[in-house]
Design a protein around this ligand. Sequence first.
Ligand SMILES: [Zn+2]
Ligand SMILES: [Zn+2]
Length: 182
Amino acid sequence: MANRAGGCLCGAVRYELSGRAQMDLSCYCRDCQYVSGGGPAHAIVMLSKDVSITQGEPNEYWTVSAKGRRVTRVFCDKCGTPLFARNEKLPQYLAVKVGSLDDPTVFEPQANIWTKSAQPWHHLDAAISRFKENPELGVAAILEFLRSSAVKLGRLFGKRRGTGASGEARDKGSGPGQAAGE
Ligand SMILES: [Zn+2]
Ligand SMILES: [Zn+2]
């Protein structure tokens, strides 16, 4: 089977992927909304060494993330297609924008990150893990979280005692139920 490949809309930049995707995620941070045209950035996270540009020279633009890290976005400067993103703290990973893949159907979203910046009209799948920001350790921590089947999002089933209110009403003799009973 051929390596997965992708490129930009105009065809000036082409790349190939080898190895496995480390994680599929959607980033709802405000910066990604600019770059995507209003949506999240859908990306498959690859090991940087598994991504090779086979044609063209994409341009780069970096911003400083809310965590103070330099995030570089790589795009075609002819047609503007977003191609990759990388975080200076995690140079071993490269996020490949799903829209640039020849076959975007391979995307299987596993995590939504920076959901605190999501717009009210974004629809987030409740079945997919959400992170308000990046976990403290970034992508590596999300990977660990997703791999660990022992980690469940436990809910606290706080048992509320339902006797207080009715007992109080009876004592006071002022509840509507009480009046009807008498
Ligand atoms: Zn292009
Ligand atoms: Zn983002």
